[in-house]
Write a new protein. Sequence first.
Length: 95
Amino acid sequence: LDMYYTDGTGMFSIQFRDTYGIQVLRYGQAPSLQYRLQESVLLHSLLDEVTSIAFAEDIDVDKRLIQLKQEDVLEKARETLPARKEQNDDDATKE
């Protein structure tokens, strides 16, 4: 999956691999601040979705679509991203 930003300063590619799992590669000499912010938002959302799939409590562990070798790998990936706005209870009820 390739994602291009409208200002043309950068793009990233999400690749699903047997050996590496999910790999994200960024391209661009000097991605704009706007690009980097939007990339961070999208990648945090991707990690949220992967987390919900990998830790779905209503599905047996051995039947889950995504199974992690290391349970903390998603949090380690999240730590490499710029921080995102903390969601408060008011924000959660709006979704």
